[in-house]
Design a protein. Structure first.
Length: 300
């Protein structure tokens, strides 16, 4: 597979999965239907290349947690959904044999050996992947894939916080969820401008596309859609356009879910916290602050 991958990332509960489904409707793009994670999460490729985990430590997590795990809702997850164990083992063996000689090439090869056949099986020449940490670890992923393109999806922090509050792994209230959301935006921003081995890996503007989900479903829809397909480097296609027009709606995106069940006082408290958080991100020159503020002022 010669086309560079597209990595979709965000804070979690920010629209990464729906953008993956949108791109997957394009006849040239196969979106991996799960978060592969091994290339961007803790003890994954960034930690391996940065010396924070050994090859054995990386392989242990790859062979176990990333291959097959059971979520708290008893739903199985992992790479086993995408391939046979024989193909997985062959990819791991190839990686193990080549890593010492060329770590970057070995990581690149493992990624394509594990995920590339998914695109081949559905007859598509391009691959998109939607692990939430993709943008946070963009500086490392760009070392592995110099021509990769990145899409950072964000949404109204109140809705992201409300969604997080329903999960077992996040804060259990919207106010705490806003703080959780902002801290992860800070981590993403830091990752985009991180340094490693004395070299800066600032992601060029033409490699990063910021998509505000609220604009895509309720605001400047056509402009956001056009920016996305131009960034990915494909022409518009009817199946993708149909999904965008018919499935990506305010209702499907659960816009303003944060306000449901709250009285006037509760809504004011959440909104004040959100406004202060946006102002703090703006003062810190976080790359998402200005677009989020513009969307908040336009859509409320």
């Amino acid at each position: 597979m010669n086309a560079p991958p597209t990595f979709i990332g965000g804070t979690g509960r920010s629209g990464t999965h729906v953008l993956g489904r949108l791109l997957d409707r394009h006849p040239e793009i196969a979106a991996v239907p799960i978060e592969a994670r091994f290339h961007c999460n803790v003890k994954g490729m960034p930690d391996l290349l940065g010396g924070r985990v050994t090859v054995d430590g990386f392989l242990e997590k790859l062979r176990n947690f990333w291959w097959h795990r059971i979520r708290v809702d008893d739903e199985p997850r992992g790479l086993y959904n995408l391939m046979s164990h024989a193909r997985f083992d062959a990819a791991v063996d190839s990686f193990t044999g080549s890593y010492r000689a060329d770590p970057l090439a070995a990581c690149r090869g493992l990624f394509w050996d594990l995920l590339g056949p998914w695109a081949g099986e559905v007859g598509k020449p391009r691959l998109a992947e939607m692990s939430s940490h993709n943008v946070k670890e963009a500086h490392t992923l760009r070392r592995i894939f110099p021509d990769a393109r990145f899409v950072h999806t964000v949404r109204d922090g109140r809705d992201a916080a409300s969604s997080v509050s329903t999960k077992t792994w996040g804060p259990d209230d919207v106010l705490g969820g806003i703080d959780w959301w902002a801290d992860r935006l800070r981590a993403i921003d830091h990752g985009l401008y991180s340094t490693e081995d004395g070299a800066e890996f600032v992601l060029p503007a033409d490699k990063l596309c910021l998509i505000v989900l609220d604009e895509l479903v309720a605001g400047e829809r056509d402009q956001s859609y056009a920016r996305l397909i131009a960034h990915v480097g494909v022409d518009d296609a009817q199946p993708m356009r149909d999904f965008f027009e018919n499935e990506m709606t305010p209702a499907s995106a659960n816009r303003a879910r944060w306000a449901r069940g709250l009285g006037a006082v509760g809504r004011r408290r959440v909104t004040r916290r959100y406004e202060r958080t946006l102002a703090a991100l703006d003062e810190e020159s976080n790359h998402v602050a200005a677009p989020l503020i513009a969307t908040y002022e336009r859509l409320g």
